[in-house]
Design a protein around this ligand. Sequence first.
Ligand code: 7PJ
Length: 262
Amino acid sequence: MGIVNVTPDSFSDGGRYTSTDSAIKQALALEAEGAAFIDLGGESTRPGAEGVSEQEELDRVLPVLEGLRKESAVMISIDTSNPKLMLEAAKLGANLLNDVRSFTREGALEAAVATNLPVCIMHMRGEPSSMQQQTSYSDVVEEVKSWLNKRMQVCVAAGIAQEKILLDPGFGFAKLLPHNLALLANLNKLTDLGRPLLVGMSRKRMLGEITGKPTSEREVAGIAAHLLAAQRGARILRVHSVAGIKDALQVWQATEQALNLI
Ligand code: 7PJ
């Protein structure tokens, strides 16, 4: 899954057209690298990030979705907590709703049900602006697992088929490095929940804490982390750059196939 952030280009006078056009180009480039999904997001949910208005988020994301849908049949995921955007995106051909707040915003669960689309539920505590003040766990793997299970049951009770639910431990969301590492090391335990796992660690702080490198130099660390996640059962890897992880997965796959040759 290739990430496309649709944020206004503050260094350009081209305004909305420039950012829409460059986001579509970026999505097509990621698809050409091998992405099966493009995750479109118009709100920054990095730790401490401030929210965006509902309308601004629609204005950012919908033109990109519409343009991309015209040019490509790639699966389009919408990274949003905004019920209006969920409904509008479904009409324009989105294929997956990815909500870091797991459809807890008022009207979001109802909107997700109404779209009939698959959804991704992610573990977090509180809001992105405050989540890093809620990082106390006694057993992070068990707590994330039982939280995801409960939230999945709420979604099923609301009318989302279990077969349409993806689960995500939420790397970096209300978690410190030891929690992120415990979740990565024990990711296979979350496969017990019986649903495909989506994970995203691309460029995240945890990689900087391990390597000491800034965001722009975390690509190789990200490839390693996502390969480890895939080996522990992750099925969808949410990344900013697709080519490198694709190579890594092909090396792994070729090696696995060799096991059957001897
Ligand atoms: C995630 C996400 C993630 C899912 C973001 C960033 C922050 N959606 N959206 N999982 N992270 N499902 O990319 O650094 O980990 S935004």
